[in-house]
Design a protein around this ligand. Structure first.
Ligand SMILES: C[S@@+](CC[C@H](N)C(=O)[O-])C[C@H]1O[C@@H](n2cnc3c(N)ncnc32)[C@H](O)[C@@H]1O
Length: 275
């Protein structure tokens, strides 16, 4: 079978399984198997070997059952860097990228010591360490399995980062210039309304924010009062529609807002605050 025939085959199979991104997914899966970029795949028409066709079909089958493409290729791009990801970690999202530029601006040329609460793949920690050469950080997570992935992704920075299996409420005896967190913030009863890709495959512990979506957000805010240096910054990603309730929690803990970041739909998605 030739490249375009196989792409058409995969795309039609996925279309039949109601996968809207069928064409691009078929191309991504084949380029992943061939070890070339999508662009290269599309210009270099080839006869594909039998074992690669078999592999392609098995991955197309996984995608037809709604498994996210990032778990199939074990890769997700975040701020132009590639992150290893599998079902043990939340797939990094574009809105999380919004946290990084303001952090880089605020702490430019400073000796930053930060905590990433709920580090997942380590994408936030990686981006900060990459932007700010004088920074050091600690990434914590309650999931041992996601920490294994973070370790792979942060290998390059192993002298500037420590990864610990800990809940935010267990952090003690340290003081940070910055606490950054993209905590789980989906309201428990709304998880069932998420797309199949998310609710069937992504780790519950990375999504479930309890009955009001704010269980972990509350823990992060409460703890930050004690482990932030004076003038330190708490940078939180929040869910759409959570701005007012999170501001209330912050005020109750004596935080005042410093920077708000909105997504392209004009929803506040990140709050930077200080005591
Ligand atoms: C929404 S994911 C974010 C992952 C990553 N920071 C990112 O932005 O892609 C939330 C992460 O918080 C972790 N987590 C959940 N409860 C936690 C807690 N109490 N303390 C620390 N981490 C927690 C989850 O295991 C998950 O990896």
């Amino acid at each position: 079978m030739k490249t375009h025939e196989l792409i058409n085959f995969g795309s039609n199979f996925l279309k039949y399984s109601r996968i809207l991104s069928n064409r691009i997914d078929s191309e991504i899966i084949l380029s992943h198997i061939m070890g070339v970029s999508r662009e290269r795949l599309l210009i270099d028409e080839k006869d594909i070997e039998k074992n690669k066709i078999r592999k392609f079909k098995s991955l197309i089958l996984r995608r037809s059952k709604n498994e996210p493409i990032a778990y199939i290729t074990k890769n997700k791009e975040f701020r132009s860097a590639n992150f290893f990801v599998n079902k043990n970690s939340l797939i990094p999202r574009p809105e999380t990228e919004l946290l990084i530029d303001p952090i880089a601006k605020i702490f430019k040329d400073k000796n930053l010591f930060f905590l990433d609460a709920g580090t997942g793949t380590g994408c936030i920690t990686f981006s900060i360490l990459n932007e700010l050469k004088h920074s050091r950080g600690i990434g914590i997570d309650v999931s041992n399995k996601t920490l294994t992935n973070a370790k792979i992704n942060l290998k390059k920075f192993k002298n500037r980062v420590k990864l610990l299996r800990k809940s935010i409420n267990e952090v003690r005896n340290m003081k940070f210039d910055l606490i950054v967190s993209n905590p789980p913030y989906v309201i428990k009863r709304e998880i069932n309304r998420l797309s199949e890709d998310i609710k069937k495959f992504e780790p519950r512990i990375a999504l479930d924010g309890g009955n009001d979506g704010l269980d972990v957000v509350k823990k992060v805010i409460y703890k930050s009062r004690y482990i932030l240096k004076s003038n330190g910054i708490l940078a939180l990603e929040i869910g759409t529609g959570q701005y007012l309730s999170v501001m209330k929690l912050l005020k109750a803990s004596n935080f005042r807002k410093k920077v708000l970041i909105k997504d392209y739909r004009n929803n506040v998605r990140c709050i930077f605050s200080t005591i």
